[in-house]
Design a protein around this ligand. Structure first.
Ligand SMILES: *Cc1c(COP(=O)(O)O)cnc(C)c1O
Length: 212
């Protein structure tokens, strides 16, 4: 009940061009089923094993988005079915995903994760590195991936001016490269992200409640 209500409320509030990724990490499949019944088809997960298990047990028209840090030894687990990887944070990872995708006979859509926040702990390329990565990705080693956009997370702070300036940095990169996807905005900041141009928001706790 609660999941359905939360989901529908958020969905109704989003502009038509904004895609909602329902972040279901750490929540049981029965919660995903509720959101599915309410019409949601795109779910985000941050652990390969968990995403694989959910993929195997849930309806096959679900689109699975991987949003967590991806270790190269876990790529094979998700490459056969993942629809978008939001979190490519190194060239080595991009190359490894490409190699696995080619073996699988697929081209996998990916986003480059860009570090715009103040915290050192967050992953990603610097804004300056994105040009270089895009240029490199034209080489045949990267034929198994399609870079369709950028993803970022703002600093965890109440200072909304800070958050806004970080979202604007990401939006500028998105526009510069004419990308299709600008993935930014989570439960606490997605309305601001949308006002800064986001067209894909990743919302977890506002739909499913707090994670353990
Ligand atoms: C967990 C997570 C989210 C969802 O966060 P909420 O605050 O629960 O909405 C979004 N993006 C990424 C990359 C995450 O890891």
């Amino acid at each position: 009940m609660r999941v359905t209500e939360n989901l529908l409320k958020i969905k109704d509030s989003l502009p038509e061009n904004v895609t909602l990724v329902a972040v279901s990490k750490f929540h049981p499949s029965k919660d995903i089923e509720q959101a599915y019944q309410a019409g949601q088809r795109i779910f985000g997960e941050s652990r390969p094993q968990e995403m694989l298990q959910k993929y195997q047990s849930l309806p096959k028209d679900i689109e699975w988005h991987f949003i967590g840090h991806l270790q190269t030894n876990k790529i094979k687990m998700i490459v056969p079915f993942v629809s978008l990887i939001h979190s490519v944070d190194s060239l080595r990872l991009a190359q490894a995903i490409s190699e696995a995708a080619i073996k699988e006979g697929r081209v996998v859509d990916v986003l480059l994760e860009v570090h715009v926040a103040k915290e050192q702990t967050k992953q990603g390329f610097t804004p300056e590195q994105v040009d270089e990565v895009v240029a490199q990705s034209l080489s045949s080693e990267y034929n198994g991936i399609n870079i369709v956009g950028v993803m970022g997370m703002a600093t965890f702070t109440d200072d909304m001016n800070q958050v806004e300036s970080e979202f604007k940095k990401l939006a500028a990169i998105y526009h510069k490269h004419n990308f299709r996807v600008l993935s930014m905005g989570m439960s606490d900041d997605y309305p601001l992200a949308i006002s800064c141009g986001s067209n894909m928001v990743r919302v977890g706790s506002s739909i499913f409640g707090n994670r353990n």
